[in-house]
Design a protein around this ligand. Structure first.
Ligand code: NDP
Length: 323
């Protein structure tokens, strides 16, 4: 099969096409034909060595496609079923094995592209607004990188829960997308002298109930300074780089603030939780609450270009590789 292989950690140039044997499904596993693989920032962290990986490996965790074969002891799925997944390393390939407990059925009415474009980032937006900081009607929340993959979905879900979303983006095109997703106010980081002041001005001086920050190093201080008393900073990524160590007394000085650094895999840690969360986000697509914007499609062999574009801030919405 055709796949992307990484032999040494490094820049996007280490993502090279290779001809590899088909994977064999072991006990409890499915062999799946990949219709679309999702590109996520975690693929960048794994590729560049931020998260160390055993080499060589086929990158990619997310995708959607059709079951081609069943390993021993699989009872929940049949050959031909449409499934999606977010934890199958090796998804940048024509075929991948997926642990059956980590696969979710794709409902009719949701295409393979939408399933692969939704699942990881949609379930992330879902746990952030429902569980990490349960967004309440009438709250003010800050969403950074609001035209990105997670950002557009998070903006839609927070707005649908009745929050007033203050979004940050870098360009006019991204501003338009953030507004269409439901942001009430949009700040272009480059155009304000002080981001936290701009957020405070929009909230009558009070600050926001929650700041959802996936950008990390370059926005962390402003996010903390944008919170109201007892507000929560949800730091869930580091697109601009990791945040240096934080003195807990800053939380005290800022007004008894909360800081959390969550990850999706702790919010889908059992097959039941994965199924429930996936079912919820698929339902929100079917009922029109969530619109999944596939911003960019690439041939499998162009995985390096996809990573360059993602890191170069040239993308909006979801990036897919089409094997
Ligand atoms: P995005 O589509 O959001 O792309 C990253 C965006 O971040 C860019 O488009 C850019 O938007 C913004 N950005 C700001 N500064 C930089 C910079 N210096 N370099 C690159 N980008 C920058 O990516 P994803 O939706 O895939 O992921 C967003 C973040 O969410 C990542 O940090 C990822 O790790 C995290 N994440 C965390 C999860 C978790 O469970 N904790 C799960 C899923 C994602 P702009 O041009 O508008 O500034």
């Amino acid at each position: 099969m055709r796949a992307i292989q990484i032999i040494n950690a490094g820049g996007p140039e280490v993502l090279n096409p290779a001809e590899l044997p088909d994977p064999e499904p072991g006990p409890g596993e499915l062999l799946v034909g990949v219709a679309a693989a999702g590109v996520n920032y975690i693929d960048v962290y794994q590729r560049n060595g931020t998260y160390p990986m055993a080499m060589p490996y086929v990158p990619g965790l997310e995708g959607a496609g059709r079951v081609l074969a069943l390993g021993p002891d699989v009872t929940d799925f049949a050959v031909g079923d449409r499934v999606a997944w977010v934890e199958a390393l090796g998804s940048y390939a024509e075929r991948v094995t997926v642990v059956a407990d980590k696969a979710v059925p794709v409902p009719p009415g949701v295409s393979d592209e939408v399933a692969a474009g939704l699942l990881l980032q949609g379930m992330t937006a879902h746990f952030l607004v429902n569980d990490t900081h349960p967004v309440q009607h009438g709250e003010d929340v800050l969403v950074h990188a609001a035209a990105g993959g997670v950002g557009l979905l998070l903006t839609q879900l927070a707005a649908a829960r009745g929050a007033r979303v203050i979004a940050t983006v870098s360009t006019a095109e991204k501003e338009e997308l953030a507004r269409a997703a439901g942001a009430a106010d949009v700040i272009r980081y480059g155009e304000v002298a002080d981001l936290a002041d701009a957020v405070r001005n929009l909230t009558g001086g009070a600050g926001v109930h929650a700041a959802y920050d996936s950008v990390g190093r370059s926005t962390f201080d402003a996010s903390l300074a944008s919170l109201r008393r007892r507000g929560m900073l949800v730091l869930f990524g580091g697109s601009s780089g990791p945040v240096p160590p934080v003195d807990p007394m800053r939380l005290n000085a800022g007004g008894s603030l909360f800081l959390t650094r969550p990850k999706l895999f702790d919010y889908i840690s059992t097959p039941e939780e994965l199924r429930t969360r996936a079912t919820d986000v698929f339902a929100e697509v079917v009922d029109g609450t969530l619109d999944v914007r596939i911003g960019h499609r690439y041939a499998l062999a162009d995985a390096a270009t996809a990573h360059e574009d993602l890191q170069g801030r040239r993308t909006t919405g979801k990036l897919l590789l089409l094997p």
